[in-house]
Design a protein around this ligand. Structure first.
Ligand SMILES: NC(=O)c1ccc[n+]([C@@H]2O[C@H](COP(=O)([O-])OP(=O)(O)OC[C@H]3O[C@@H](n4cnc5c(N)ncnc54)[C@H](OP(=O)(O)O)[C@@H]3O)[C@@H](O)[C@H]2O)c1
Length: 283
């Protein structure tokens, strides 16, 4: 089996590399923008023809949510147009794609966890571009594609909320964090393990799936857990989102219902607090 990973220098890309170490017989091609710019249609087509991967795991994305509000063209180029390149080139060689999307495709007005059949209604440019990426993938390689929507991703690799709070908690006497945005964190190592498991041991069933860790919390609760684990003295104040204005609108409720991925693939998902503990042990 041959697996091509795009965006492999990112949080998830790195975790996929680690997860694939469990399968030493698998041939893995790790790429990022320096070796395979997914925006370059001809380069993608040529790369696929030459290497003939069985699976493409697309970890490449434009993920700067606030910057995207003023960087619309590049955001769409990476999150929609490049996904179309991957889908068309994969279809030509009969390759399967696992693509990652986001809870930001929802507007966050629900009060029960989002299942896959809820209509998307993104509010931010990033969310809109990711929803458009889902659409072009399904149009061009739908029979051979899995889309996994995830949320609040963090990892020992790259920059993320957990690492920021580990730093701020050690440096500051007091910080304020929003308590009115509710979701579920996802340790990228758990998502990577699930993706690798699906590819290696499960029957490939195309479609959209949701994956985060189990449980629910606000960003305030999440930060409280980080500070408690590290026994930081930093005082933590809950604030409303209106007190912390940012360029891109965030869904106020984006808990994902994971029943489908659990029942179709038999994936077991750890609780967010257990996974946070595992990550913070390494930091
Ligand atoms: N982070 C989150 O909280 C979160 C939440 C929900 C869903 N997701 C989704 O999860 C997936 C993985 O996210 P992540 O946090 O691992 O992302 P990440 O750390 O930002 O990594 C993305 C990688 O893609 C690379 N890339 C950008 N443009 C590229 C191009 N044209 N060709 C090839 N590679 C390119 C980036 O390089 P540069 O760094 O040089 O740009 C980076 O190495 C993404 O689809 C994201 O939308 C993330």
């Amino acid at each position: 089996m041959k697996i091509l990973v795009t965006g492999s220098y990112g949080q998830l890309g790195n975790e996929i590399r680690v997860a694939l170490q469990q399968f030493p017989d698998t041939e893995v091609i790790m790429t990022d923008v320096d070796t395979l710019d997914i925006c370059n249609k001809n380069a993608v087509e040529r790369f696929f023809e030459q290497n003939k991967p069985d699976f493409i795991v697309n970890c490449a994305a434009y993920t700067a949510v606030d910057k995207a509000e003023n960087d619309v063209d590049l955001c769409y180029k990476i999150n929609r147009d490049a996904v179309e390149n991957l889908a068309k080139s994969a279809a030509k060689i009969g390759a399967k794609i696992v693509h990652i999307s986001t809870d930001y495709v929802f507007d966050g007005t629900a009060n029960v966890p989002y299942s896959e059949d809820v209509k998307v209604c993104p509010k931010s440019i990033y969310g809109k571009s990711k929803a458009a990426g889902e659409e072009v993938l399904m149009e061009n390689n739908g029979q051979n594609s899995i889309i996994i929507r995830t949320a609040w991703l963090y990892s020992i690799f790259g920059n993320n909320f957990v690492k920021t709070m580990l730093r701020l908690g050690a440096e500051k006497e007091q910080i304020s964090v929003v308590f009115d945005q509710i979701g579920t964190p996802t340790n990228a190592a758990d998502l990577a393990k699930a993706i690798v498991e699906i590819i290696h041991t499960k029957t490939f069933v195309s479609g959209i799936y949701h994956f985060s860790n189990e449980g629910v919390c606000s960003w305030y609760d999440f930060t409280k857990a980080i500070f408690d684990i590290k026994k930081y003295d930093c005082k933590l104040l809950p604030i409303e989102s209106s007190q912390y204005p940012v360029p891109a609108p965030r869904p106020s409720f984006s808990v994902l219902n994971k029943a489908k991925i659990k029942s179709v693939f038999g994936i077991e998902i750890p609780h967010w607090h257990d996974s946070l503990l595992k990550m913070t042990e390494k930091n």
